[in-house]
Design a protein around this ligand. Structure first.
Ligand code: SF4
Length: 155
């Protein structure tokens, strides 16, 4: 998997202070997408174990308390990303148990493959669905269009 950007401290993508990873790779081609540079899975930088270590270190940093990790893109559930994302969320849940994980995908929850669905066991919130320009609403929190749904997976 490749990633586009990593923000160690972010207050926009999800509730509270967070670490946010923008992965590369997306096949949805939503009209009005403002992250088109993320569509190619080969764009950006290699997501390696050093990055995993950095994310875990940031989440466990007691000087700046972060509420959790946000995974967006691109699409973290783009088929080629699933193995790396699954490994990442397993490690974050094991090593940062008090942090929540939010994940944004262009797929709908009901259409996820078995492989993609495995990721849901380790995340707290899934925001699903393509960005639909006809349903765009800037007043929405944590989603761009009204068709997208915020699923609380684990309380
Ligand atoms: S799912 Fe997100 S990154 Fe992919 S095309 Fe749609 S808006 Fe862009």
């Amino acid at each position: 998997m490749n990633y586009q950007q990593y923000f160690p401290l972010d207050v926009v993508n999800g509730p509270g202070s967070r670490a946010t990873l923008f992965v590369s790779g997306c096949e949805h081609q939503c009209r009005g997408c403002y992250n088109q540079s993320t569509w190619s899975p080969d764009s950006g930088h290699e997501f390696d174990d050093q990055m995993v270590q950095q994310i875990i270190k940031d989440l466990n940093d007691t000087r700046i308390k972060r509420r959790g990790l946000s995974l967006t893109g691109g699409d973290p559930l783009f088929p080629q990303n699933v193995d790396a994302i699954l490994a990442l969320v397993k490690r974050v849940k094991a090593e940062c148990p008090d942090k929540d994980i939010w994940l944004w995908t262009g797929y709908q929850k009901a259409e996820l493959t078995d492989a993609q669905s495995q990721v849901l066991e380790y995340i707290d919130v899934l925001v699903d669905g393509k960005f639909e320009q006809s349903q765009a609403d800037p007043s929405l929190q944590f989603r761009g269009s009204r068709n997208q749904v915020i699923h609380q997976l684990h309380q």
